[in-house]
Design a protein around this ligand. Structure first.
Ligand code: MG
Ligand code: MG
Length: 249
């Protein structure tokens, strides 16, 4: 069931989204050569808790950390580790979720560590823009797959590929609500968007082939061909005439 949030719920989701945005702002300062992904995770966790919120990913289906940190060919669900040390040239996707007063915010961003390749720069630019191409379709009366289609068409037009196995989602009292929001598909299908819906839209885009594999830890998901992957996500509200980003400061 797709929920419509009340004004009170929307206000709470704005607060939760702000916590996630502040955690991103803090972690972004530390994406530097020599820093471990475990240190980044601790910054995320400490920031979330210092703002009176709870990291939603910690123990979610057994996930062992407060953020997913996915480096280079890791698409999503990278597990932070003391032994994983960033080096110049890495691209680092940080996915952060927080619960505040019973409501969730969820946002991912890919950051450059030091000097990155032209391929990496292109992928990051395309993936961020694909998110905004998708968001540009969000308004009352639009169909859900209009968003999906816009993301796919843009990413593929730029020579990149769209991951199929993971999708965006509704969000609210629980992190993953209906509907599922694929980043691919034909337009004009799925639910009709209405004011008060809150959605986490999150393209995962690869520089090479679209196929992915899950490693034996049952979390870490990599591109099958070793190509780079990027991930950008915002939690947004459907407004009367478009959308409002909730995961912002
Ligand atoms: Mg996320
Ligand atoms: Mg999400």
């Amino acid at each position: 069931m797709v929920t419509i949030k009340s004004q009170r719920e929307i206000d709470l989701m704005r607060e939760a989204g702000r916590v996630v945005a502040i955690a991103h702002q803090e972690v972004a300062k530390h994406i530097l050569p020599g820093v471990s992904t475990d240190e980044l995770n601790r910054i995320v966790e400490n920031t979330i808790r210092s703002l009176g919120a709870i990291p939603s990913f910690l123990n979610y289906n057994g996930f062992p950390a407060s953020s997913c940190i996915s480096v280079n060919d890791v698409v999503v669900h990278g597990i932070p580790s003391k032994s994983q040390i960033l080096k110049s040239g890495d691209i680092v996707s940080v996915d952060i979720g927080a619960i505040l007063k019973g409501y969730h915010g969820d946002s991912a961003w890919t950051y450059a560590c030091g000097d990155i390749s032209e391929t990496a720069k292109h992928l990051m630019k395309v993936t961020e823009e694909s998110l905004f191409q998708g968001l540009s379709m969000v308004k009352p009366g639009a169909r859900l797959s209009d968003v999906s289609h816009a993301i796919q068409v843009y990413a593929e037009s730029q020579g990149c590929s769209v991951v199929r196995e993971f999708v965006g989602h509704g969000i609210g009292k629980v992190m993953h609500e209906d509907p599922q929001i694929p980043n691919f598909g034909l337009p004009g299908k799925g639910i009709t968007l209405r004011p008060g819906m809150t959605l986490a839209i999150e393209p995962m885009i690869n520089s090479g082939r679209k196929e992915v594999k899950v490693l034996s830890d049952n979390w870490t998901t990599k591109t099958i061909d070793g190509s780079l992957s990027a991930h950008y996500e915002h939690t947004v509200l459907v407004t009367q005439d478009g959308y409002e980003i909730l995961t912002k400061i």
